[in-house]
Design a protein around this ligand. Structure first.
Ligand code: ZN
Ligand code: ZN
Ligand code: FE
Length: 745
């Protein structure tokens, strides 16, 4: 990877051990030739591994001996050998410990300079306009380095050797704090004044690495409330930024893996279990036993915390599912009425990139939203092949470009129904191709004819392939695990267009990237109003009840709703959609238990139902049944609904209903997987789909399947939700180009 400081690191090591020779980039990797005293050569080799800069991950190292020659000094060879060099732009990297020390050192010339960086840290992906990764082609091109900075930049022994965004207070970008009308309101230091505003409960829009955040003191309940009201975000949890690990440990439970993730160079948001929320505004993450936490990852963030101000709500400055706002003017315009003040700077953001969101479960850090810090580092594939572009799905969209053994996944783009997000999508689709200097032979899109991503693919003058949603989920999980053989895919999510035109989402597909057989699915249930039912789980509940009972049972939740019109729709079968969705099953059970009948973001009801279980599985299960029908197994939903209803009528607590429901699903899934394995002899199971973000279901199922002797493939590097779809699509596209594609049957 370029710009991760590997070659200067090698130079410094060679210098340390008095070796001569060179280091050079080649298409197949880095070549180092060194000559010197044998013991020092050994030291050099072990230091290469142990002291490599945080961003330079050595995948493999080969050594061989050659004859000595007469040479002097050590040189960094240029990559200009005429051969095409694989250039990888590194992701944006959190402030390193060396820069943090300098930032807080009053004697350093960059003391409190909010744009301090070096080869080991700072912005990359978001400032690169085009290749090669060189300052003139980044958003730093407007700043010319002062002699001191230039000296560092050209000195191979300096930590800032070839650090493209290198800057200082004399020559680099500067902060400005303006009020809601855009008028400057700083008397002295902008960061200090921002802290003062935050302390009195003001909402400040902050320009960061990949876009704007809205920040507010997370201990100030009135202020957090005001942010929710102004932003029109009722319940969706806010991420917080905490001053340091001490503060995190006070509020949250922390495992070693979670500590490592928080303090990593990628610095993602990690969803941590709440420990004590004393002192934190209850509106930060209502109805959720987890808190999305990150540490300050830029020098600017570091300057915003002190002894009193130790937790900030830090939420993307966007409107619902729109991508981040990035330019200063746009921020002032679009965040009018939300932010009381704007802390901005004059280093443009070339590419928007949200914070990444992760969770640690079953022993691995798992991506929920793979963005800043990870993108555009490749996901490594087992096999090479044609250049293919997967356009992703409709929600949580990402794009994936396959080039060689690299799957280049874009950052989280968002909800394609939103026009701004769609524009961002178009920009990213082009930018990815420029950045990696390639263009696809084939575009792969979702089978859904109405998706914006489908529409876009059809408008390009390139061959296209439509791929079934859950097949793409399966292929994504296999690709991430570098698995090519056939597997039993358990694919659980909210919505995916099926080959029969109905809405799928609780599927067992057996196969691989080339094709799969629909071995089993949930019993089909009527969904009155289609998409309207996604935000109104009580509608889903009515649909599920109507098919599970011949006479509608009387349940408390019905009294609060005007159910008659919906029942009529169901009876007349007008705008009623058939679905085997697992997400809707969660919604229906949540609603008939009397949980929220209307939600403000997709999956809210399912998340609340999971939290009700308090992390415990039930001992007893509801009834479920597996029925063979037209050569496919049906996982019957109606007995589950019937038992859930009697539990509600008997006054069983919601927590217990949730536990039994989770137990039922795990038993049902292990049963159907056993049948699939007996039928095919396959012992590998792949789990994919947004429902697997349910930690209780996921962890229990993984454990029980592994105990039963299966090899279980799961997502970690790639989201299991629709953010991972584009990878699966692109890999399926390759099997199409080699003539192996069979599709779903
Ligand atoms: Zn640094
Ligand atoms: Zn300078
Ligand atoms: Fe999906």
């Amino acid at each position: 990877m370029q710009g991760v400081g590997f070659r200067p690191f090698v130079y410094r090591l060679a210098f340390r051990y008095a070796l001569t020779g060179f280091v050079r980039n080649t298409p197949s990797g880095v070549i180092i030739e060194v000559q010197g005293i044998p013991s020092l050569l050994e030291n050099f080799c072990s230091a290469l591994r142990s002291d490599a800069p945080p961003l330079a991950k050595i995948e493999a190292m080969e050594e061989s001996s050659i004859a000595c020659i007469s040479e002097e000094g050590f040189v960094i060879g240029d990559s200009s050998s005429g051969v095409e060099v694989e250039t990888l732009i590194p992701p944006d990297i959190a402030l390193c410990s060396d820069c943090r020390r300098e930032l807080l050192d009053p004697s350093n010339r960059r003391f409190r300079y909010p744009f301090i960086n070096c080869t080991n840290c700072g912005p990359r992906f978001t400032i690169v306009e085009r290749l090669p990764y060189d300052r003139p082609f980044t958003s730093m091109h407007g700043f010319s380095m002062c002699p001191e900075c230039a000296g560092e930049y050209h000195d191979p022994l300096d930590r800032r050797f070839h650090a493209q965004p290198n800057a200082c207070p004399v020559c680099g970008p500067a902060l400005s704090l303006v009020d809601a009308s855009g008028k400057p309101c700083t008397l002295s230091d902008a960061a200090t004044e921002t802290v003062a505003l935050l302390k009195i409960g003001r909402i400040v829009a902050l320009k960061g690495v990949g876009g704007f955040h809205l920040a507010v003191d997370a201990r100030n309940d009135a202020a957090v409330h005001r942010l929710r009201t102004r932003k029109g975000r009722e319940a969706k949890p806010f991420a917080v930024m905490m001053r340091d690990m001490r503060v995190v440990a006070h509020f949250c439970e922390l495992s070693d893996g979670e500590c490592a993730a928080l303090t990593s160079a990628e610095a993602p948001v990690v969803l941590l279990k709440k420990r004590s929320v004393d002192g934190l505004s209850p509106s930060v993450a209502p109805g959720n036993d987890r808190l999305g936490v990150m540490l300050p990852y830029t020098p600017l963030h570091t300057l915003l915390f002190d002894e009193e101000l130790d937790v900030l709500v830090m939420t993307s400055a966007n409107f619902s599912e729109e991508p981040l706002v990035n330019e200063n003017e746009e921020a002032l315009l679009r965040l009018k009425g939300i932010a009381d003040a704007f802390l901005m700077h004059n280093r443009p953001i070339y590419l928007k990139c949200d914070d990444s969101v992760t969770i640690y479960s079953s022993g691995l850090l798992r991506q929920i939203r793979r963005s800043r810090g990870y993108v555009p580092a490749p996901v490594y594939l087992r096999e090479s092949g044609a250049v293919v572009l997967g356009t992703g799905g409709e929600l949580k969209n990402t794009i994936t470009l396959l080039k060689g053994t690299h799957a280049l996944m874009s950052q989280h783009i968002g909800d394609m129904k939103n026009f701004e997000a769609y524009r961002h999508f178009q920009h990213v689709a082009i930018h990815l191709q420029h950045l990696f200097q390639t263009s696809p032979e084939l575009l792969v899109h979702d089978l859904h004819p109405a998706y914006m991503t489908t529409q876009w693919a059809l408008k390009q003058e390139l061959p296209v392939l439509a791929v079934q949603h859950h097949h793409a989920h399966l292929a994504s999980c296999l690709a991430e695990n570098r698995e090519t053989g056939p597997s039993i895919g358990l694919l659980l999510d909210g919505t995916g267009y099926g080959t029969d035109g109905s809405i799928w989402g609780g599927e067992v597909l057996i196969g691989d990237a080339a094709g799969a057989e629909r071995f089993a699915s949930f019993e089909s249930m009527p969904l009155p109003g289609g998409d309207a039912a996604v935000m109104q789980p009580w509608r889903a509940a009515l649909g599920y009840l109507s098919r599970s009972f011949s006479t509608m049972p009387d349940l408390p939740f019905m009294k609060e709703r005007s159910i008659q019109p919906v029942l009529e729709l169901l009876q007349k079968k007008v705008s009623v959609y058939e679905t085997s969705s697992c997400g809707r099953l969660f919604d229906a059970v949540a609603a008939l238990c009397g949980m929220q009948g209307e939600i403000t973001y997709e999956g809210e009801a399912a998340i609340e139902l999971m939290h009700a279980a308090g992390g415990t599985m039930g001992h007893s299960a509801f009834r479920y049944a597996l029925q063979a029908e037209n050569g496919r197994w049906i996982m019957m939903v109606s007995p589950i609904i019937q038992d859930a209803v009697s539990a509600v009528q008997q006054g069983v607590a919601v927590s217990e209903i949730s536990r039994r429901f989770h137990r039922t699903l795990v038993s049902c899934f292990t049963d159907i997987i056993r049948k699939a394995s007996e039928a095919t002899g396959i012992k590998t199971v792949a789990l994919s789909g947004g429902v697997f973000q349910n930690v209780l279901l996921f962890e229990t199922l993984v454990r029980e399947l592994e105990d039963a002797g299966y090899r279980v493939l799961t997502h970690a590097l790639v989201p299991s939700n629709d953010g991972g779809l584009s990878l699966g699509q692109a890999v399926i596209g390759r099997s199409f180009l080699t003539g192996h594609y069979r599709g779903i049957h």
